[in-house]
Design a protein around this ligand. Sequence first.
Ligand SMILES: C[S@@+](CC[C@H](N)C(=O)[O-])C[C@H]1O[C@@H](n2cnc3c(N)ncnc32)[C@H](O)[C@@H]1O
Length: 268
Amino acid sequence: MSDRPHTPPADLVTPAATGNAAAFSAGTDNVFARVAGRYDRLCDIFSLFVHRIWKSRMAARIAALRAGTILDVASGTGHIPLRVQRIMRKRPGAAAPEKLLVTDLCPEMLAIARENLGDSDPWLEYAIMDAHRLDSVESGSVDLYSISFAMKICDRGPVLREAMRVLKPGGVFFCLEAARIPNGFLHAAYLKYMDWCLPVIGRIAANGDPAAYGYLLHGIHEFPSQTRFADELASHGFEDVRFENMTLGIVALHTARKPHGSRPAENP
Ligand SMILES: C[S@@+](CC[C@H](N)C(=O)[O-])C[C@H]1O[C@@H](n2cnc3c(N)ncnc32)[C@H](O)[C@@H]1O
């Protein structure tokens, strides 16, 4: 775990300019609709099953906070909500959230999330939502915002502004994302390995659909380091910005808080 300075470096571009690491646009490529049925298997293959550990750790941290309203953005097939649900079911009497909103832009992914999570928990809700414009979510209505492995395929500036808008003052932000191994030599070796390995296994596992691993590879290369992303969070007004490296720093779990004193922003 690392405490970050709350003041971003002077050379950091304005929040509005923070970009899309994978150069992905859902409007021009429906790759997630194409791979929805194979998404879970692809995650296991691409990460050698380790994504399960990263996501379980994030879900445990989320469940421990006992937040009232949780918004999981870009939920995919529901990996984070599923783990939160499992934790609730294992702890009889544990206070479930008032609401856990499971959301994604891609209906095919969200349909699988709903199949996986079911409709028996009254606190689970499902909605199609674009992380860049959470129009149906009221300003200052969310206690905990979470996003895993989707920040790199989104425009970070608008996504972070929306996260800040929908959170209540004092609300918590969680983001699990690709990061940089602090040892530069190891990180370069890791990238070389991914450059070689992902296209080979990706071509087989994704039925020759290069987009299924292309965005991932691009995003891994271009997503800012954990310290840089922490500074971006601070530059968007988040406080108590921290990150925890996982598996040497291949990924990092970022957490931050909307300042207690902030007034809720208007809906756009
Ligand atoms: C790599 S998957 C991550 C899914 C899940 N959170 C996980 O950790 O396994 C990225 C997801 O983001 C969704 N997505 C892409 N662009 C989005 C956007 N602008 N708003 C909301 N979801 C988006 C995709 O449909 C996909 O389900």
